[in-house]
Design a protein around this ligand. Sequence first.
Ligand code: G3P
Length: 211
Amino acid sequence: MSIYLDSASIAEATRAAELGFVAGITTNPKLLAREGRPPEAIIPDLCDALGWGLVFYQLNGPTLEEREDEARRMLALRPHRIGLKIPCTSENIGLLARLAAEGVVCAATAVFSSHQGYLACEAGARYLIPYVNRATRLLGDGLALVRELAEVCRATGGSTEVLAASLKSPQEAVEAVVAGAAHITAPLELILALGEHPLTRQALEAFASIP
Ligand code: G3P
């Protein structure tokens, strides 16, 4: 069971390192674009800022050939510290299988159905990444998707696990774990919010006011 930071910010990665329990970092093209530097510069800096674990880079090239080149170029930046998020499409699944067979940690991302999850398991994905909140908004029940994917992982008997993304509240994060996500990824703000409750603060204030 691991919590990943969903961010491309070096400051947030540094804060995550201070927390000590954040297992790794997931990025995506949107998060990387916000930082205003090339991904080739940001990804190694994220590896260094956290100091351990995997930093996931999402393949984004326009053609399969370019995505394969992109994969090899990014992996070479920090051997054994970079994982790949590969959008789960029929074009990408063979690339995922090839990279996984070479020992690359691959996460099939943007998984919106159990059949995609099944194929990604068979192709050798280490993680299935469903966008939980987005699936709830667009399909009706993102937690049911997590449950189905966790069931597919169990049924296929390999080492694939669900890493839930697109979580928008502490409650949704916990519900994803209870539904079968072995891991979650969340923005720093949400990770910190998991440790908060207004009544805890209220209790602390009451203790502090004891003369
Ligand atoms: O990495 C992608 C995932 O976190 C998507 O989240 O909020 O765009 O649905 P969202």
